[in-house]
Design a protein. Structure first.
Ligand SMILES: [Zn+2]
Length: 90
């Protein structure tokens, strides 16, 4: 009985390892960022402002859609010359 249990554990470990190796290329094959980088993002700034916000920030809601520029990352916003909002602290 014990040897059967051991065999089952070994089998499930093999499946786990094999599954993990299989899952990696599948995950990286799906790009996290959408093709239209300017249409969506976790951070947003107004064209008229030097400050960028998390999209959930109250001030971000005041930005007119026509003036909104979205950034996928904080780095991207900072490289565009924007400074983090002091309220939402992105
Ligand atoms: Zn903000």
């Amino acid at each position: 009985m014990k040897s059967l249990q051991r065999a089952l554990i070994a089998l499930s470990l093999t499946l786990l390892v094999g599954g993990g190796a299989f899952a990696k290329p599948t995950a990286s094959a799906t790009p996290a960022a959408p093709a239209a980088a300017n249409a969506t993002g976790d951070f947003v700034s107004s064209k008229n402002s030097k400050v960028f916000h998390k999209v959930a920030c109250k001030s971000a809601g005041k930005i007119k859609p026509a003036n909104a520029t979205y950034y996928a990352t904080k780095d991207a916003a900072e490289k565009a010359g924007k400074q983090p909002c002091k309220i939402c602290k992105p």
